[in-house]
Ligand binder design. Structure first.
Ligand SMILES: [Zn+2]
Length: 143
């Protein structure tokens, strides 16, 4: 049985198929339709979440190394490379999904190296700089 839906993120209309009789009632299915997203939005959310988790993990590890004084040139170079890759990855994800220019700025790497606790600020800057905080949302179309 197919059910029409609007993506909860972008509002695009779609159709979802559900064929497991006896598991969900019609009312439950209609309730869950409010939480359905289109495939591009779902993929974007997954990549975004995975990358942000990697950011928090890297920043947390770097913060711990700094606090314990276990940093040398090799550790600093690795951290720099990791932050550099994560920022590039997040910019790529934003550009791919929203078709907005997310510019890489090397000052963000330096900020994370100096202040790993500012990871939220850095990741928010990437989204805000690309204009993702106010993405153009298409209006839901009547079914
Ligand atoms: Zn969507």
């Amino acid at each position: 049985m197919k059910f029409p839906y609007h993506c909860k993120f972008c509002g695009t209309a779609g159709e979802v198929e559900y064929n497991e009789p006896g598991v969900l009632t019609q009312t439950q299915i209609v309730f869950w339709l409010d939480f359905v997203s289109c495939n591009p939005c779902a993929e974007y959310q997954r990549q975004r979440t995975d990358t942000l988790r990697a950011f928090y993990k890297a920043a947390g590890t770097w913060d711990l190394l700094k606090k314990t004084g276990n940093i040398d040139d090799v550790a600093t170079a690795r951290a720099r490379k990791m932050f550099d890759q994560l920022i590039h990855k997040l910019c790529d994800i934003v550009e791919t999904r929203w078709h907005l220019p997310a510019r890489f700025e090397s000052s963000l790497v330096e900020t994370l190296l100096d202040h790993p606790g500012r990871v939220n600020e850095v990741t928010r800057f990437i989204f805000k700089n690309a204009g993702v905080n106010t993405p153009p949302k298409p209006q839901p179309q009547p079914l």
